[in-house]
Write a protein that binds this ligand. Structure first.
Ligand code: WT7
Length: 668
């Protein structure tokens, strides 16, 4: 347990400091493969040049690819930090994603190949989707939802989820999707903050062969969320897993019953470009998640344009698969809005990659002839661990392009992905962005950019990104903080209900710049290497988890006096949550207690936040001013192979923490 683990290159990929040295050892270069370039949408620097000459004009040209009911009067109104894009323009997102394709004769094109985890399959065309969206828009209206209201969505990865989102967009209601892995408490807080009037859910969803009882969680959440007047429940798991939670009369309604009774047509509302499209809650450096606001015209422009160019989309022939969950921003932008705006055919898969066996993803790629796969490095590292025999069992020759997102991709994972999944013929695009940016910001253009494994390369056309030092001075070569130098169309418009927090969090650290919270390095060729968060935010399997949120969940347990949480290096998940806990006097430190605390955090926030290890310590190292020294704890956590269990720190380690704490505290 106390072995100091050697730093492997895999570990180094996700970390700052020594990590960059390992990255610099990576000297391989990959030009766009000639066979790829021959068919690529963009093969020269023309887009970069257009954007450099006139970046606002570049985005206007992208916006013109959409259907507008009324043109904009002004492309950008920028009163730092508040931006408005395409001011005065009117459009509708669901019209752009559905009606215009059907009107263009593409109604029979497949929008989604849906595959449920148990193996059930559905093919949904653009015409099917449009019909369902109109009906559900009428359902929402019949439940009292009006333009400007918020609708909560808490669903598994089933086609009804994009239907619900698009139906909101159709009538000008904003959705707030809560990932199905979040706990009742997390759902309750999000519903209350958004003041959602209606919540759309399902009885359950399938996960690794078991039923996840979403409706049960909804019932628990709504005991303390009086704003929600109605709940619409999709029947997904039915009588399986003990059957659905009982329906509450007057509040709960079955989706299929309301849909059968609904009028079939509903015109798309003419909405302002700056109409709120959705809220998506994300973790920050405090215990309270932030409701990130995204609006209509700029957001759709950004996600449609980046989806087309980064994934070299040929909608008439490609089968695109983003394997994220729609509950995260990746799914909002690159499963729902970007692909549908572009008339793409996508795969939608409900379950886990290892059910019934570890080759599930590869069987899906083979079955549908997937050309483009977009996933997180955590998944890739997991597949590496499982071994190349699983992809080896399937014909993956339809693949043309591979994408990565969510966390730094270490060069080894990049190489494995390129070789074992891409067969050496597919470009790999590492895409950097955030919930707040709405869409991809830093990424290769696959027909243009020479890639270096592990680097997200350069800012996309129209995007201004710069690495700066502590004082905000641009760093030509070397490490620093990643900032964005100008507004972009998909940018967050604020934090719901808290404009000051918006300004403080993103726009106050460096004057006139958006600070992303990430460290980055510029190499000798000007390539950007993302190095992970520099704030108290962890990245577990490509998902953001706040140290403060986990700490607050821990101290809310009656036995806990104090807690400090750090993200420790983890070979598979990038970072793992490690909690240092001081118990109240008289409380017993035991393995069972550690287990209970891990479970407590999972119940409070969701399984994603469950600590991998709980280390009991009699005191936490603090500075004289009482600030917990997380950096020190992180070093301790990184130096240990913690295993996937609760651990009691051995006295030597605790002693060491104390000693180190004392020395550091006197230094400061
Ligand atoms: C944070 C944003 C973007 C959708 C998924 C996560 C990290 C994201 C990369 C990448 C290195 C990355 C950053 C960022 N991140 N993509 N390609 N290379 N780091 O969205 O939950 O808003 O998290 O994820 O640290 O700040 P999110």
């Amino acid at each position: 347990m106390t072995d100091i683990a050697e730093e492997t290159p895999e570990q180094a990929g996700g970390e700052t400091g020594a990590a960059i040295e390992a990255l610099y050892l990576e000297e391989r270069r990959f030009d766009p493969p000639p066979s790829f370039r021959e068919q690529a949408l963009v093969t020269d620097r023309s887009l970069y040049e257009q954007a450099e000459a006139d970046w606002v004009g570049f985005w206007e040209a992208q916006a013109r690819e959409l259907d507008w009911f009324e043109p904009w009067e002004k492309a950008l109104e920028w009163e730092l930090p508040f931006a408005k894009w395409f001011v005065g323009g009117k459009l509708n997102v669901s019209h752009n994603c559905l009606d215009r394709h059907v009107a263009a004769g593409l109604g029979s094109r497949i929008a989604y190949y849906f595959e449920g985890e148990p193996g059930d399959r559905r093919t949904i065309t653009y015409a099917d989707l449009l019909a369902d969206v109109q009906r559900f828009a009428n359902v929402l209206q019949s439940l009292g939802v009006r333009r400007g209201d918020r609708v909560g969505i808490y669903m598994p990865m089933i086609p009804e989820l994009p239907v619900a989102m698009l139906a909101c967009a159709r009538i000008g209601a904003a959705h707030s999707v809560v990932f199905g892995g979040f706990s009742p408490d997390a759902l309750r807080d999000r519903m209350n903050d958004a003041e959602a009037r209606v919540l759309v859910t399902a009885d359950g969803g399938w996960r690794r062969g078991s039923v996840v009882h979403l409706k049960g969680n909804v019932d628990a959440a709504l005991t303390e969320a009086p704003c929600v007047e109605h709940v619409v429940v999709v029947r997904r798991t039915g009588d399986e897993g003990g059957g659905p939670a009982p329906m509450v009369p007057g509040r709960d309604h079955w989706w299929h019953e309301l849909m059968a009774a609904a009028e079939p047509s509903c015109d798309a509302a003419h909405l302002d470009s700056e109409e709120l499209l959705y809220l998506l809650y994300t973790s920050g450096t405090t215990a309270k998640p932030k409701g990130i606001m995204h609006t209509t015209g700029g957001y759709l422009t950004h996600v449609a344009s980046t989806h087309r160019y980064v994934f070299d989309l040929h909608p008439e022939r490609d089968v695109y698969w983003c394997a994220a969950d729609i509950g995260w921003v990746t799914g909002h932008s690159y499963i729902v809005y970007g692909p549908l705006a572009n008339g793409a055919t996508s795969v939608l898969y409900e379950g886990t990659p290892d059910f019934p066996d570890k080759d599930r993803w590869w069987s899906i790629i083979e079955r549908y002839g997937v050309t483009t796969l977009y996933c997180a490095p955590t998944a890739i590292r997991t597949f590496m661990k499982w071994g190349s025999e699983y992809p080896g069992r399937h014909d993956l020759s339809s693949l043309k392009l591979l994408g990565s997102v969510g966390e730094p991709i270490n060069p080894e994972a990049w190489m494995w992905y390129q070789e074992h999944i891409g067969g050496g013929r597919c470009p790999v695009v590492d895409t950097w962005w955030q919930t707040e940016t709405g869409g991809i910001m830093i990424s290769p253009l696959p027909g243009v950019t020479t890639c270096k494994p592990g680097s997200a390369t350069f800012a996309l056309p129209g995007i201004g990104a710069e690495v700066v030092d502590d004082a905000g001075r641009p760093v030509e070569r070397g490490g620093g903080y990643l900032t964005l130098t100008r507004p972009w169309p998909g940018m967050l418009r604020g934090i719901y209900g808290d404009p000051e927090r918006y300004r403080d969090t993103y726009w106050s650290r460096f004057e006139g710049r958006y600070f992303a919270g990430d460290g980055a390095k510029v190499d000798d060729d000007g390539y950007l290497w993302l190095l992970g968060r520099v704030d108290d935010v962890m990245n577990v399997s490509g998902h953001r988890v706040s140290t403060a949120e986990v700490e607050s969940a821990l101290v809310d347990h009656p036995a806990v006096a104090e807690a400090a949480v750090v993200g420790a290096r983890d070979d598979t998940t990038g970072q793992a949550v490690v909690a240092f806990v001081t118990l109240k006097s008289g409380e017993e430190k035991s393995t069972e207690r550690g287990e209970a605390l891990r479970g407590h955090v999972a119940a409070r926030i969701g399984p994603i936040a469950r600590p991998k290890a709980v280390i009991f310590t009699d005191e936490l190292p603090k500075t004289r001013s009482g600030k917990i020294m997380r950096r020190l704890l992180k070093d301790v956590a990184d130096g240990r192979d913690l295993g996937d269990t609760t651990t009691l720190a051995d006295p030597a380690v605790v002693e060491e923490i104390r000693k180190l704490a004392e020395t550091r505290a006197t230094e400061e």
